[in-house]
Design a protein around this ligand. Structure first.
Ligand code: NAD
Length: 298
């Protein structure tokens, strides 16, 4: 027997594989995305296609959104909350995008005025983790909703409860993504240094991954998307820059120094300008390579 119908808004690099896992788990889906190309593969798998976020809200009690920027999440939440409550089935808005704690709080307040509860649930693990259903899901919501949303989030990944405060999941996610960006930035610098000094990049990765320098860039990003020069790991540099900016702004607001974090933010900003904000985040190595005059390739 089919499980309940869910809404899903934003079926891009992350949303598409998450939505597929929900279909596989037996949920019915009503989806919406501004890109016809993003919608097509899920429509072929049986998802119903809505013409607007409001139409999604009138089809399902639980709606998941995976949208690129905080501004777009706010726009979609506003569109939903400005519609007539009478036509809406939606009671729970699960945001799996990265928007930062401030926007999570604003969205929660706007939706609460319409009787909708916002569930803050950003994810980590990349497109690979989204495909495998092994994302880390950083959940913050009223405690009595945890069991209600658990079956919806379990096909997506492993749930970590961060507390009831809207934005706690986002704070955790910003901490995680700063670390992921730092690993990629500093691994880029040391790999370019090694290659310019005459080391073989494959041997370098073998050593790093057997030693204490091991990190998510040396284990995954360099072997899969940088050494083969495919630069297709699946996350836009503009979106990583957005996450790192949210993190340094949050730290500044809390009175916490982020000396290294701000240096990484600059390296990402330069890469986004030079490569274009849609370029894959692994192109960060190109900024270092162009400066040094060597390429890291396998
Ligand atoms: P993406 O750009 O591939 O997907 C976003 C989708 O939203 C696109 O299909 C786009 O057409 C759609 N969209 C844009 N505006 C819309 C609107 N107004 N209404 C409906 N649909 C709209 O981005 P992504 O990489 O899937 O990232 C989505 C979110 O997840 C971001 O907040 C990102 O920071 C976060 N995230 C990404 C990754 C990753 O590795 N790609 C990992 C974890 C978290």
């Amino acid at each position: 027997m089919a499980k309940e119908r869910l809404g899903f808004i934003g079926v891009g690099r992350m949303g598409d594989p998450m939505a597929r896992n929900l279909l596989t788990a037996g949920f019915e889906l009503t989806i919406y995305d501004t890109s016809a190309a993003a919608i097509q593969p899920l429509k072929a798998l049986g998802a119903q296609v809505a013409k607007s976020p409001l139409e999604v809200a009138s089809a399902a009690e639980v709606v998941i959104v995976s949208l690129p920027t905080p501004a777009i999440v706010q726009k979609v939440a506003l569109e939903i909350s400005s519609g007539p409550s009478s036509g809406s089935k939606m009671k729970i808005f699960i945001d799996v995008s990265t928007t930062g704690p401030k926007v999570a709080g604003e969205v929660a307040a706007a939706l609460a005025a319409k009787g909708i509860t916002a569930v803050d649930a950003p994810v980590s693990g990349g497109v690979g983790g989204a495909r495998k259903g092994t994302l880390a899901v950083m959940l913050a919501c009223p405690r009595d909703l945890v069991e209600r949303v658990r079956p919806v989030l379990e096909p997506i990944g492993k749930i970590f409860f961060l507390g009831e405060h809207p934005g706690s999941g986002q704070l955790m996610k910003l901490a995680n993504n700063m670390l992921s960006a730092a690993a990629l930035a500093v691994t880029s610098e040391v790999m370019v240094m090694g290659v310019k000094g005459g080391l073989d990049p494959k041997v370098m990765l073998d050593v790093i991954n057997s030693g204490t320098g091991r990190n998510s860039a040396s284990v995954d990003k360099f072997p899969k998307a940088i050494l083969p020069r495919t630069f297709d790991f699946g996350f836009a540099i503009g979106l990583l820059l957005k996450d790192v900016k949210l993190c340094t702004d949050e730290a500044a607001g809390l009175g916490v120094p982020m000396i290294c974090g701000n240096a990484i933010r600059e390296l990402l900003a330069i890469t986004s300008l030079r490569q274009g904000s849609d370029a894959d985040f692994t192109t960060i190595v190109k900024t270092v390579e162009e400066w040094a005059g060597v390429e890291v390739k396998g």
